[in-house]
Design a binder for this molecule. Structure first.
Ligand code: SF4
Length: 84
């Protein structure tokens, strides 16, 4: 049996069922805690270049990158942070 290596990608590209669940979670968040779409995209672009990203999960903190990037006031947990 061949084990699949985790990819440096977001949930949508690795685990689509989980991606839908996280997308529903984000869609249910109150508007006032959501980061602007452009900021979310910029954060995720950084995550996509980050060695800590594994199948949409940040291996630095264990959260889903899409969920972390979606909220205002969040920052990358790496030291120093890769995005704020
Ligand atoms: S360490 Fe920061 S940049 Fe890297 S995957 Fe986690 S949140 Fe994204």
């Amino acid at each position: 049996m061949t084990e699949r290596k985790p990819c440096r990608c977001l949930l949508a590209d690795s685990l689509p069922d989980l991606a839908r669940t996280v997308a529903e979670y984000i869609a249910a968040l109150p508007e006032d805690i959501l980061a602007p779409a452009q900021e979310r995209a910029a954060r995720l672009a950084v995550c996509l270049q980050c060695p800590w990203l594994r199948d949409g999960t940040c291996a630095r903190c264990g959260c889903y990158a899409e969920a972390r990037a979606a909220k205002k006031g969040q920052r990358c947990p790496d030291i120093p942070p890769r995005w704020r």
